[in-house]
Design a protein around this ligand. Structure first.
Ligand SMILES: *[C@@H]1O[C@H](CO)[C@@H](O)[C@H](O)[C@H]1NC(C)=O
Ligand SMILES: *[C@@H]1O[C@H](CO)[C@@H](O)[C@H](O)[C@H]1NC(C)=O
Ligand SMILES: *[C@@H]1O[C@H](CO)[C@@H](O)[C@H](O)[C@H]1NC(C)=O
Ligand SMILES: CC(=O)N[C@H]1CO[C@H](CO)[C@@H](O)[C@@H]1O
Length: 297
């Protein structure tokens, strides 16, 4: 840092001679930095910021049950700050796979329907993005319908060294006001929050947090609009963070699949069923409680 001072002083002197224009002050205090893209977010609690989440973020493609058209790197570049993923057991038939030691694949409902590949491979570009963006806080939400052991998720995250970036809360159940600010998380280097919907064991793996003791959701698989904002899953809505499932499904025979035709409506900035109106309407219906995470297709 030392050589900069004389250069700056010289610049100040040069500009003073030729013009009276103000010199921009060097960024020497925390209010000059950005957190998740904006200086005003640094002093906000993690729980007071609104994040866009990608529903089944691994499921990019054109298939009937795919939820995304962009890769995870493209989603992150576009501003997505919560990545939701569904984990499935995927034992390798011909012995161990050293690129996927957890034997977890990310699949939609079943790996025959949509197989997004190994969790380790999925996390690799996420790690690259986090390294390239040191002032960003990111959340990963895992769902565990097969009831896989938490140590397998730990294995996949460790494979990518993500346990080193993961936030370890001071207590098992964080209420809304317990969360640190974005700046505190960034400064501590612990700026990845990992939740899992079932199977958490925070004594064994302290950085994979039990979702439903600190987050609640409105119903999923909704087939009609306007979307229902009411509490559906999650144990203590009054003290938890609200995850708004801003997604609409349609029925195809006995199953629900993403209603891709609805995306322009529910994700649009305008209109009564657009994302802004839905977030505001839900906040009103939930007694002023604003969504922290807004999950989209
Ligand atoms: C920090 O930055 C803000 C805004 O840029 C400025 O108003 C304030 O005076 C600065 N404080 C210090 C101690 O430099
Ligand atoms: C998960 O695996 C660990 C170690 O292999 C084991 O001790 C633990 O009991 C398992 N947990 C569950 C819920 O099966
Ligand atoms: C909205 O969802 C809640 C929670 O699942 C449910 O109890 C309620 O009946 C739903 N309301 C409507 C109008 O479907
Ligand atoms: C966290 C999460 O993804 N919740 C649900 C949101 O809605 C979809 C269906 O549209 C469900 O599959 C998710 O489990």
């Amino acid at each position: 840092m030392m050589p900069w001072r004389p250069i700056l002083l010289a610049l100040v002197a040069a500009v003073t001679v030729t013009s009276a224009a103000p010199i921009p002050q060097p960024a020497d205090n925390s209010t000059d930095r950005s957190c998740n893209g904006h200086p005003s977010l640094c002093s906000k609690r993690y729980s007071d910021v609104v994040y866009i989440g990608a529903h089944n973020s691994y499921s990019w493609g054109q298939g009937i049950s795919s939820d995304q058209t962009a890769t995870v790197s493209e989603q992150l570049r576009a501003g997505v700050r919560l990545l939701q993923n569904q984990a499935h057991d995927f034992p390798h038939p011909y012995g161990p796979d050293y690129t996927n030691p957890s034997n977890i694949h990310l699949c939609h409902t079943s790996c025959y329907l949509l197989d997004g590949g190994g969790l380790e491979a999925y996390l690799s570009p996420v790690r690259v993005w986090l390294a390239d963006n040191p002032n960003e806080v990111l959340t990963i939400l895992l769902t565990n319908p097969d009831g896989l052991n938490i140590t397998r998720f730990d294995q996949a995250l460790r494979f990518n060294h993500l346990h080193e970036l993961a936030y370890v809360p001071p207590k098992a159940k964080m209420t809304h006001d317990d969360w640190p600010t974005l700046e505190e998380m960034i400064d501590s280097g612990r700026r990845l929050v990992v939740f899992i919907d079932s199977g958490a064991d925070q004594k064994r793996v302290p950085y994979i947090l039990d979702e439903f003791s600190q987050v609640y959701e409105n119903p999923y698989d909704q087939l009609g609009l306007p979307l229902n904002c009411s509490h559906d899953r999650g144990s203590d809505p009054a003290n938890s963070l609200f995850l708004l499932n801003n997604t609409k499904d349609k029925s195809v025979g006995p199953i629900s699949v993403p209603d891709k035709a609805s995306v322009d409506t529910v994700n649009s900035a305008n209109g009564p069923n657009g994302i802004v109106q839905t977030v505001q309407r839900c906040a009103k219906e939930e007694g002023g409680k604003k969504a922290t995470f807004v999950l989209v297709e």
